[in-house]
Structures are given as structure tokens and as C-alpha cells.
Write a protein of this length. Sequence first.
Length: 184
Amino acid sequence: MENSGGIQASLAGRYATALFGLARDENQIESVSNSLEAVQATLAESDDLKMLTSSPLIARTDAARAMAAVSPHMKLDPITEKFIGVLAKNGRLSQLDAVIRAFGRLAAGHRGETTAEVTSAFPLSDDQVARIRSNLKARLGRDVAIEAKVDSTLLGGLVVRLGSQMIDASIKTKLNNLAQAMRG
């Protein structure tokens, strides 16, 4: 687990570290990871859930009750369900997405994987993610967990971040480089 300034430096990182420690102690890292993936998928699909987690106008108790009502539909494990309740009661649901990402990095590190943040102009298919994972594994010599993001301003191509290393093969960057070269 990363204890240096990285993950623990942020509020979401501290929550993720606490959740990871609890999940590790209870031998539930994979079930918590799966539950958090379900939450993340639901957040991506539901505008109502996004509003619930981000609106400062919703009282903490109301947010906690709403999350408790939604949790069974997402089939969350008990640890994740209680953790989301704690986030709601503490008024930290706005940190949920960042907590999920930080937990994913901690879990990947625990499994001996490296996490790569892959940003594309369009959502990647499962097959594309598998090919990227395979290529990165061949390059690094170890398993790689993919954290996929979408940024339509890239126009096409990919931006891959591995720790402090970045591989930018986006059309946006290529066009910017071409414009710079033409200016002289």
C-alpha cells in the first residue's frame, strides 16, 4: 500500500486507504472492488445518482437514506454498503468517484499490478481494453489494470499514463504539433 504523499495526500485517498485496510483485514478486497465497480457503472449511467452524490443541497441524512435504498439494487457487499453510508453521513459523497479510483489503484498494487490511466476520445470496447492491457503487459513485464476515461476533445487516439510516464498518441496532440511545426 502506498503511504507516501501519493494516494493518502488527498481526502479521497485517505477514505480509500481506510476502506482498503478494512477490506484487506476482512479478506474482502475482490468483493469490495466488484461492488465499487458496480457503483462506478451506476454513477456513469444514472444522472439521478450523480446529482445525489454531487449536490450540496441534499442533506446528509437524506443522502444516506437514499444511498441505503439504492445499495441493494447495485448488489453491494456489506463493507461497501456501510462505507458509502459513512461517506453520506460525513457529507463526502462528492468524493465517491475519486475514492473508487484510489481504491482501484490500491487493490491493483496489492495484486502486483500497475495501474494505467487510458484516456480515449470514445468509450473503449472490452476487446480494445484487453489489447491495450496485453500490449502494456508485454512492455512492462507485469500485469496492468486499466482505468479507462473518455475525453472527446482528443478527437481520436489514446493518452496512456503509467505513474509519471505519459504516452500521448492523440490526434489533438498530433494536430497541435503539426501547427507548431508550420509556424516555424
